[in-house]
Design a binder for this molecule. Structure first.
Ligand SMILES: NC(=O)c1ccc[n+]([C@@H]2O[C@H](COP(=O)([O-])OP(=O)(O)OC[C@H]3O[C@@H](n4cnc5c(N)ncnc54)[C@H](OP(=O)(O)O)[C@@H]3O)[C@@H](O)[C@H]2O)c1
Length: 215
């Protein structure tokens, strides 16, 4: 499948583009700066220039699925979290619906699916934005999967994960961005993961088996 990656220049996005290029799928990198277009195109990756704060309709032409892995980042004002992580995500969902692109994978965050009372004060705005976008996606007819990784690291992945609708033991655990990308590649045409919200942490199960056992 041809997959539009929103946030392709990000830390998960760049790993995902690379892994998708080596898979049976084809990445289309959505980036917001001209120099990023040149960088991806020099590596032979189809690229589209689009900004979530503007019209993005043109980016959804001739693709079969979408991965939303954009985020405002930790160093922007709280208001920007709402603009990108909530409103930008909802814009991407609406644009996929308009374009008839039915497969939609959302990179959310594990705590967004937990009781808001458990959210640290400093992260309230972030989890609220994520959770509103996730709820909106759940209300659509899209074939969505909401992937909810825990704390992210930049270590090299080992392709061993725990992927479940609810993981209760969170203490001290994390997941590499490398392995988040490898799970996304596996999710793309796994119909058993449609309409699921899945927590993701490092674990013992090979990625392919962890995705295949979701029911
Ligand atoms: N940090 C964690 O522990 C954690 C845990 C769970 C989930 N997550 C979520 O995982 C996702 C990916 O994380 P990451 O580490 O890969 O994030 P990242 O490196 O900050 O990447 C985010 C990407 O979003 C892009 N972006 C920002 N504003 C945009 C706009 N207006 N239009 C188009 N693209 C825009 C950025 O573009 P530029 O490259 O141009 O800046 C960047 O490439 C995020 O949604 C994050 O919230 C994070």
């Amino acid at each position: 499948m041809k997959i539009l990656i929103i946030g392709a220049n990000g830390q998960i996005g760049t790993r995902l583009v690379k892994q998708l290029k080596e898979s049976e799928h084809t990445p289309v990198a959505m980036v917001r700066k001209k120099d990023q277009v040149d960088q991806f195109e020099n590596e032979g990756i189809e690229t589209v220039l689009a900004d979530l704060e503007e019209d993005i309709g043109h980016a959804f032409k001739n693709v079969d699925g979408v991965v939303f892995s954009a985020g405002s980042g930790a160093h922007t004002p709280e208001s920007q979290t709402k603009v990108i992580d909530e409103q930008g995500a909802i814009k991407a969902i609406d644009t996929a619906l308009d374009a008839g692109v039915n497969r939609f994978i959302m990179v959310s965050a594990l705590m967004a699916n937990r009781d808001p009372d458990a959210w640290p004060d400093s992260m309230q705005h972030y989890y609220e934005a994520k959770s509103k976008a996730d709820d909106y996606l759940r209300s659509t007819d899209l074939n969505y999967t909401i992937l909810m990784p825990g704390r992210l690291t930049n270590d090299e992945g080992n392709r061993k994960v725990e992927l479940n609708e609810k993981i209760s033991d969170l203490e001290g655990r994390s997941i590499t961005r490398d392995d988040v990308a490898s799970v996304i590649v596996e999710l793309i045409d796994s119909e058993n993961t449609y309409h699921k919200s899945l927590d993701l942490l490092q674990g013992d199960e090979p990625v392919r088996e962890a995705v295949a056992k979701i029911s």
